[in-house]
Design a protein around this ligand. Structure first.
Ligand code: NAD
Length: 415
């Protein structure tokens, strides 16, 4: 991982696309500046009776197009600038998908792997109380991110509701199904990503039934993308997790590999596959590469050796800006993160809509609406890519910035 400041990267990406669009300098400055930033330092009673002070953030980047939306991350390395960057990217992602939201993100500096469930619950409830004056179904709707899950979302919903005096399902998304969660949310990121791969393959004349894929990361996004690609007839030849990767040129069965991972703790050492490294996986001869783990894994060091024709960024920020240039020169078709992994926030939007209406949809309805959103957004971005002769990432930023700038200009400056 490079040590770049992610917020600086996010602002640079906006500057480059804004220049291409000839956007007014004042509007660009406005878009780049997060609207509201809350820092909270709060005590939590630990299991051993001690009291520990934690620091948390909630950054609301933009409310230009609607309430804010974005996940909450629990990680020892959380910084204000990281949260600002992630909030900025959420604004862009929501605008690419034309969802009526601006971006936000939250984070607490902590190591959930070293905390008990009870400590995590007390931390979550206190953090929720601390930020509750700025969140709400009409203001800012959090969701899960790294090391937070549906249980954490349930605690947030309960804490917010207890303070209000009534149950407020729409304050947070990614909740358990029995507490106002949406069918299809768990698979949404991978499903959305696979829709964009299918559309890219159509444009490139690639027959998915004859195509091969390699997938880095075998968690929520990676393992489900592998399963869905396999069901579409794509031959998945390699997958990996933090311990390493596996390869079988004749194809692997993703469901069987998931069972192996559940039993042994990793995808590696599968009886019908050869072990490979994560670095080797990225450079394999294949048609589709899906980075679905960490940021900054495709860099100027390995970009020259990448052989895939399509890279679908299920992970956030897997490609460094230098690698991006190299890959574009080589003619690799990159489906950028703010489009490729936007299925998650799209079904989060559906969850919020269902909660507000207290009327829940079938899984088929959710998936059909997700498909419509992903295909339409892919085509919107592709049209700009063709018309303006820019890569797909630049096209996605141009689309997002146009929509955010239009909203800002039409609303005007208060007072
Ligand atoms: P996850 O925790 O479920 O899975 C992450 C996977 O990455 C695990 O298999 C882990 O072993 C693997 N991994 C960790 N370190 C690795 C390394 N050094 N090399 C290779 N693999 C490694 O997480 P997820 O929800 O699947 O998220 C993966 C990526 O997708 C993240 O960048 C996340 O921000 C992005 N994303 C996820 C969603 C979502 O809804 N899940 C939505 C948008 C974006």
């Amino acid at each position: 991982m490079t040590k770049e400041n992610p917020f600086e990267t996010a602002k640079q990406q906006i500057d480059i696309a804004a220049k291409k669009l000839n956007l007014d300098k004042d509007i660009v400055e406005w878009i780049k500046t997060p609207r509201r930033e809350l820092i909270v330092n709060f005590p939590v009673k630990m299991d051993d009776g001690s009291i520990k002070i934690f620091t948390g953030y909630r950054v609301q980047h933009s409310i230009a197009r609607g309430p804010c939306k974005g996940g909450i991350r629990y990680h020892p390395d959380v910084t204000l600038d990281e949260v600002r960057a992630l909030a900025t990217w959420m604004t862009m992602k929501c605008a690419v998908l034309n969802l009526p939201f601006g971006g936000a993100k939250g984070g607490v500096i902590c190591n959930p792997k070293e905390m008990s469930k009870e400590e995590l619950e007390r931390l979550t409830r206190r953090y929720t109380s601390e930020i509750s004056m700025i969140i709400g179904p009409e203001r800012d709707i959090p969701a899960p991110d790294v090391y937070t899950n549906s249980q954490v979302m349930a605690w947030i919903m309960d804490t917010y509701s207890m303070n209000k005096g009534y149950s407020t399902l729409g304050v947070v998304t990614g909740k358990p199904l029995g507490l106002g969660g949406s069918k299809g949310r768990n698979e949404a990121t991978a499903r959305g990503c696979v829709f964009t791969i299918r559309e890219a393959a159509k444009k490139m004349g690639i027959d998915l039934k004859k195509a091969t894929a390699a997938i880095q990361g075998y968690g929520n996004a990676g393992s489900i993308a592998a399963k869905l690609l396999h069901e579409m007839g794509v031959k998945v030849i390699a997958v990996s997790d933090s311990k390493g990767g596996i390869l079988n040129e004749n194809g692997i069965d993703p469901v069987d590999v998931l069972k192996h991972k559940e039993k042994t703790g990793s995808v590696i050492n599968h009886p019908r596959c050869k072990n490979i490294t994560n670095e080797e996986l990225l450079e394999l001869e294949c048609d589709i590469l899906v980075p679905a783990a960490l940021e900054n894994v495709i860099t100027s060091k390995n970009a020259h050796n990448i052989k895939a024709k399509i890279i679908a960024e299920a992970a956030n920020g897997p490609t460094t800006p230098e690698a991006d240039k190299i890959l574009n020169k080589k003619g690799v078709f990159i489906i950028p993160d703010i489009l490729a992994n936007a299925g998650g926030v799209t079904v989060s939007y559906f969850e919020w809509v269902q909660d507000l209406q207290a009327h829940f949809w079938t899984e088929d309805e959710v998936n059909a609406k997700l498909e419509n959103c992903m295909v339409e957004s892919f085509n919107d971005v592709y049209e700009i890519h063709e018309k303006e002769n820019v890569d797909m990432r630049m096209a996605a930023y141009m689309l997002a910035l146009t929509r955010v700038a239009d909203a800002i200009k039409t609303r005007g400056v208060f007072p």
